[in-house]
Design a protein around this ligand. Structure first.
Ligand code: MTE
Ligand code: MO
Length: 206
C-alpha cells in the first residue's frame, strides 16, 4: 500500500473539495491499472462502431468520425473501484458528457440516464451526476488510445462515482424519465455510488 497523497482536481464539487488530498473511506492506492470487467472484453471493429443517443430527446447515431469531430477535452481524475483499489491522477481525453448531451437536447423530464455497452453491460445514473464538469466519454488514457480491456474505443468516465459507473465499450446513451437499475445496480450496488459517502450498496446509499 502506498501513502502518497495527491491533490484532487480543481473542479471537484464543493463537498469533495474540503477532502482534497484524501482518499475516499475504505480505499487504497494502486499504481497498477487493474482491469475490472464482468465477462470478456468485446471485440469491436471501428468501422462498424456506433454510438446511439436515444430515449427522451433527439435520436442521434454517431460513427467514429462523427464522434472524433466533437470538441475535445482532457480531465485528470482518480478512479475508485468498489473492490477498494483507487488509481490516482489518470489523464483522460475525449468529449465532455455535456457536449454529447447537446446533440440530444433532452427535455426537462429526462432526469435519468442508462449507459449501454457492447457486451450488454449497463449502468444507470441521475442526469445531474453526469453533468459534473469532469464527466467525459474518453478514448485515451495517459496519452495513449484506450487499451482494449480498458474500454477501447470509448468509455464513460465519472470520477465522482465508484468505478462501475465508468462504463467501458459504450455504445448507447438513453435519456429516461424514471430511474432503471443497471447491471450491478440490480445486483445490490448503489444507484448513486458516491465514494466520499461510501455508497457501495443499496443499504449504504440510494
Ligand atoms: N462494459 C463494462 N464496463 C465496466 C465494467 C464492466 O464489467 N463492463 N466494470 C466497471 C468497473 S466495476 C470498474 S471498477 C471499471 C474499471 O475500469 P478498468 O477495467 O479500466 O480499470 O470499469 C467499469 N466499467
Ligand atoms: Mo469496480
Amino acid at each position: 500500500m502506498e501513502s502518497g497523497l495527491r491533490v484532487r482536481p480543481a473542479y471537484s464539487p464543493e463537498s469533495e473539495r474540503e477532502q482534497a488530498g484524501n482518499l475516499p473511506p475504505g480505499q487504497f492506492v494502486t499504481d497498477k491499472f487493474p482491469v475490472f470487467t464482468y465477462g470478456r472484453a468485446p471485440e469491436i471493429d471501428i468501422a462498424e462502431w456506433r454510438l446511439r443517443i436515444f430515449g427522451l430527446g433527439n435520436d442521434v447515431t454517431l460513427a467514429w468520425e462523427d464522434f472524433a469531430a466533437l470538441p475535445q477535452t482532457a480531465v485528470r481524475a482518480d478512479l475508485h473501484c468498489v473492490t477498494r483499489w483507487s488509481r490516482l491522477d489518470n489523464l483522460w481525453e475525449g468529449v465532455a458528457f455535456r457536449d454529447v448531451m447537446r446533440l440530444a437536447q433532452p427535455p426537462p423530464d429526462a432526469r435519468f440516464v442508462t449507459i449501454h455497452c457492447y457486451g450488454g453491460y449497463t449502468t444507470n445514473l441521475a442526469l445531474e451526476a453526469l453533468l459534473d464538469p469532469d464527466v467525459l466519454l474518453a478514448h485515451s488514457h495517459d496519452g495513449l488510445p484506450l487499451a482494449p480491456e480498458h474500454g477501447w474505443p470509448l468509455r464513460l468516465v465519472v470520477p465522482g462515482r465508484y468505478g462501475w459507473k465508468s462504463a467501458k465499450w459504450v455504445n448507447g446513451i438513453e435519456f429516461m424519465a424514471q430511474d432503471r437499475p443497471g447491471f450491478w445496480e440490480v445486483r445490490g450496488y448503489s444507484s448513486s455510488a458516491n465514494p466520499w459517502l461510501e455508497e457501495r450498496t443499496w443499504a449504504s446509499g440510494s
